[in-house]
Design a protein around this ligand. Structure first.
Ligand SMILES: Cc1cc2nc3c(=O)[nH]c(=O)nc-3n(C[C@H](O)[C@H](O)[C@H](O)COP(=O)(O)OP(=O)(O)OC[C@H]3O[C@@H](n4cnc5c(N)ncnc54)[C@H](O)[C@@H]3O)c2cc1C
Length: 400
């Protein structure tokens, strides 16, 4: 058996080596080198990427907290306030585990103590008339996963929020498993942070595995990291403690038979993609179906929480927590995305210098900006052009 690609390659080589007395292996290699023929038998559908195919641009504000996410409890007059915000560029990845830590803090405060309902992920627990009432502030991925986790434990939950999808940061995320991305300043990691991180990481990873196969809400996909230079590839994280928690397969340096890109260095790694609009819809529908209520309300200061009927409040306001709490460690890191018309047949990602793609159902999402301290949510055409053209250069040069 010979596939079409190798047939064409061999025919081309034979054609150019007619002058050579016999097609010895070394003659073939020389001819292949002269023709710069790509050996790859891997076929990847080509990205049709260009500026005129960009249909949407967004800018989201990553809620970056220099000392890591704030998951802690505070007594506020007659209220118990649990904070769950500041997840930087890792909020989607760490959401379910972070929700569990926040729910543990609510459980701890619940007085008088009573047996809690099952915490099993698939258990249907509807609130009873005597259920403890909890307010969750914020309806992003952190608020929704916190609300669902509390519901599973038998609490009656109301979400109060200024805005919902698609007008929230969670809707403006790339949507990949990136649990350490812009999460904490590298010199601020403490043992307590690592302990919390470990729990968030494990719970979230497992929860997402249980969502595989639910349509295409969560999928595994390959990324080709295409480089013109021989720069060392950052493999997940150089930090030993993070590396110990590795859950993804190691990325691999490919030889040129294993990829269709025209570049000296190509790595392949495998990771998860979150189809954000359908996941947010599923979380919201589940929350409502299990007895939850959503109310649109804005809070300016922590004192505003006093007026809520609930005694227990979980603050999941993302970058909005800056104004409410005055948290000096919290700062935005803005990130712009350009949405190119989706191609259902494309099931891989490209990463290159300063730009990457994600193959989502709602678009080929192109990203790659990080502006520390920027509150500006107006898309910059210049950034879109730079990112899209960087990917276009790689895509146009692919062997097909
Ligand atoms: C470009 C970009 C790419 C990203 N890519 C990834 C990725 O690939 N993987 C990943 O894991 N993470 C990624 N992130 C990070 C992730 O999106 C965030 O960490 C996450 O969305 C934060 O969720 P949140 O619920 O805390 O915040 P939000 O989604 O902002 O939700 C906050 C909620 O609180 C409400 N709120 C705020 N202030 C008030 C107020 N005063 N009163 C009432 N309600 C209020 C808001 O209306 C909203 O409903 C990315 C972020 C960006 C910007």
């Amino acid at each position: 058996m010979i596939d079409r690609r190798s047939f064409l390659r061999k025919s081309a080589i034979a054609g150019t080596t007619l002058g050579i007395a016999s097609c010895t292996p070394s003659a073939l290699r020389i001819a292949e080198k002269q023709l710069n023929i790509q050996y790859s038998s891997l076929y990847l559908p080509k990205l049709r990427i260009s500026l005129d195919r960009v249909v949407k641009e967004t800018v989201g504000l990553r809620p970056y907290r220099t000392i890591g996410p704030r998951i802690e409890k505070e007594e506020l007059g007659s209220k118990t306030l649990v904070h769950n915000y500041g997840h930087g560029g890792s909020g989607w990845s760490l959401s379910w585990g972070s929700a569990e830590l926040a729910a543990n803090l609510v459980d701890e405060s619940w007085s008088p103590k009573a047996p809690l309902a099952s915490t099993a992920a698939n258990t249907l627990v509807l609130p009873t008339s005597t259920a403890q009432k909890v307010a969750v502030i914020g309806c992003g991925v952190i608020g929704l996963t916190t609300a669902r986790t509390l519901q599973r434990r038998g609490y009656e939950v109301t979400i109060y929020t200024k805005e919902m999808a698609p007008d929230i940061t969670s809707s403006k995320a790339t949507g990949t498993w990136s649990p350490t991305h812009r999460l904490i300043d590298s010199d601020k990691k403490t043992d307590t942070f690592f302990e919390q991180f470990k729990q968030m990481h494990q719970t979230s990873f497992l929860t997402y595995q249980n969502m595989l196969g639910l349509g295409d809400k969560v999928v595994w996909t390959d990324t080709y990291d295409v480089r013109q230079d021989l720069r060392a590839h950052g493999d997940f994280s150089r930090d030993d403690k993070y590396t110990l928690m590795r859950v993804l397969p190691k990325s691999q340096l490919l030889n040129k038979k294993e990829h269709p890109f025209k570049a000296p260095t190509v790595y392949r790694s495998t990771s998860m993609v979150f189809n954000i609009p359908s996941l947010l819809k599923m979380y919201t529908n589940d929350f409502l179906r299990f007895g939850g209520t959503v109310k649109i309300q804005e809070f300016k200061r922590m004192e505003d929480f006093d007026a809520l009927p609930e005694k227990y409040i979980v603050n999941c306001t993302g970058i909005g927590a800056k104004e409410i709490t005055g948290d000096e460690y919290l700062t935005p890191i803005s990130g712009q995305l350009a949405f190119v018309i989706p191609q259902q047949e494309v099931n891989y990602r490209i990463a290159t210098k300063n730009a990457y793609t994600i193959n989502r159902k709602d678009g080929i999402v192109v990203g790659g900006t990080h502006k520390m301290g920027s509150w500006d949510t107006t898309p910059s055409r210049e950034d879109t052009e730079r990112m899209v053209l960087a990917i276009k250069e790689v895509a146009d040069a692919m062997y097909t």
